[in-house]
Design a protein around this ligand. Structure first.
Ligand code: ZN
Length: 95
């Protein structure tokens, strides 16, 4: 495989019937410098990003449309909790 992982990230799995609902909120500009630790594949309309800043982490969800995009964020979590949420979202155990 020669594909760069930066370009082609993982895809979000279809969510399960019992998937837990994430408390998505409108994004707040909390930090000047936000680091994107992981992101899902750019080929899909919906992109998830695992963001960190100031010792906390959260997941950002972007739905892209022709007319623009809609951004939601989970509440800030400890890094390991955010990693857990990230895995659940990719596995379809959270949505
Ligand atoms: Zn893809």
């Amino acid at each position: 495989m020669t594909e760069s992982p930066d370009f082609h990230g993982p895809h979000i799995g279809p969510h399960r019937r019992d998937a837990e609902l994430v408390d998505w909120r409108e994004p707040e500009p909390r930090f000047d410098r936000v680091r994107i630790r992981r992101h899902t594949c750019d080929c899909k309309a919906r992109i998830l990003e695992l963001c960190t800043a100031g010792g906390v982490a959260w997941v950002r969800k972007t739905d892209r449309f022709e007319s623009g995009s809609l951004v939601w964020e989970s509440r800030p979590l400890k890094t390991n909790e955010a990693e857990e949420l990230w895995r659940k979202l990719l596995d379809g155990k959270a949505r």
